[in-house]
Design a protein around this ligand. Structure first.
Ligand code: F6P
Length: 365
């Protein structure tokens, strides 16, 4: 009997529960046992916090009817990296401490053979480190942002794009009725995938992404150009990590508010600037964490179920240090080493970017 554990780390994404379900069923159907670690690795590192001890048996019943549910039944966290665990010191301060050895000890003590770790860049980097320390690990890529390298896409992304597109569809009529500029800020700290895909699908007139520093005057020109045609409203999609090309007022303002590095509230600033430059009424809608919620689309659900089953097949073949990846039409395995710490931005020569340009969407450059 193989005894395996599964955890989920980082921001949640629709499809996590489908991965858990497929992993558990594929394990049970091989006669294995599967255990769930709560909140990343916190279930192991802080067992006293949990009524069930932080690690619990995942039975067929525990994973019944969960594939279509958002979130994760295991819980997740951004604050539980065992390599840099925030430990409270006697003087009240917290100090980054390497507690990875405790994870390995736990697996040895509990006779757990391997870990399926579902997460984004941070979690997969941890998975890679644990693999190098001798723990058999298979990673499963997750992020709504779609910014992980070596997989065509991650589950959660399609759901986020579908929701953002629906929101854009709904905003056209109110923007047009009031002749306003509607700025829609979507997630995407480092990459503009959600902004670009939903913006094109949802008929945005301008799309601003981190990969293309924008000139706000170009966006204002696009608004004025549309006004000149009698189309008195504009929809602008902004990824949260988008930044202006020259700094100028937007950056000065960000610096003044202490957000120079990560331009938090970029949608708000773009709306304000466009209002000043065009004289039009502007409004901002921040979709934020709504993009992470809800039921995964069938695409994400199927991808997640395939990833979970493929992770178990990898363990059956005694693979470790690999990540399951989508390489249409199949799933493949790539070395975690090739993924950890590598972000995948929107390629500027991609046909998707070209499509935006060809149909006249302003990308701010
Ligand atoms: O990594 C995914 C993501 O959705 C980013 O786009 C966003 O910046 C971040 O998570 C926000 O996460 P949280 O609010 O959980 O820190």
């Amino acid at each position: 009997v193989k005894r395996i554990a599964i955890n989920t780390g980082g921001g949640d994404a629709p499809g996590l529960n489908a991965v858990i379900r497929a992993t558990v069923l594929a394990a049970i159907n091989r006669g294995w046992e599967c255990y769930g670690i709560r909140d990343g690795f916190n279930g192991i590192l802080e067992p006293a916090r949990y009524a069930d001890g932080g690690v619990f048996r995942l039975t067929r019943d525990r994973v019944r009817g969960i594939a279509h549910l958002g979130g994760t039944i295991l819980g997740t966290t951004n604050k539980g990296n065992p390599l840099h665990y925030p430990v409270k010191m006697p003087d009240g301060s917290t100090q980054d401490t390497d507690r990875s050895g405790e994870i390995l000890d736990y697996f040895k003590r509990e006779k757990l053979d391997a870990l399926v770790s579902v997460g984004g860049d941070g979690s997969l980097t941890i998975a890679h480190a644990l693999h190098k320390m001798g723990l058999p690990v298979v990673g499963v890529p997750k992020t709504i942002d779609n910014d992980l390298d070596k997989t065509v896409t991650t589950f959660g992304f399609d759901t986020a794009v579908a929701f953002a597109t629906d929101c854009l569809d709904r905003l056209h009529s109110t923007a047009e009725s009031h002749q306003r500029v509607m700025v829609v800020e979507v997630m995407g700290r480092y990459a503009g995938w959600i902004a670009l895909h939903s913006g094109i699908s949802g008929g945005a007139h301008s799309i601003l992404i981190p990969e293309i520093p924008f000139d706000i005057e170009k966006v204002a020109q696009k608004v004025r150009w549309r006004d000149g045609l009698g189309r008195m409203y504009s929809i602008v999609v902004v990824a949260e990590g988008a930044a202006p090309v020259d700094g100028g007022r937007l950056v000065a303002e960000a610096a003044a508010t202490g957000h120079a590095e990560r331009l938090g509230g970029i949608g708000e600033r773009v709306a304000k600037e466009l209002q000043e430059r065009t004289g039009k009424d502007a409004r901002v809608v921040v979709l934020g964490h709504l993009l992470r919620g809800g039921s995964p689309t069938s695409f994400d659900r199927l991808a997640a179920l395939r990833f979970g089953a493929a992770a178990v097949r990898a363990l059956e073949q005694d693979m470790s240090g690999v990540m399951v990846s989508l390489a249409f039409p199949n799933v493949e395995y790539v070395a975690l080493e090739e993924v950890a710490g590598r972000m995948k931005g929107v390629p500027l020569d991609s046909d998707t970017v070209q499509t935006a340009r060809d149909i006249g969407i302003c990308l701010g450059d």
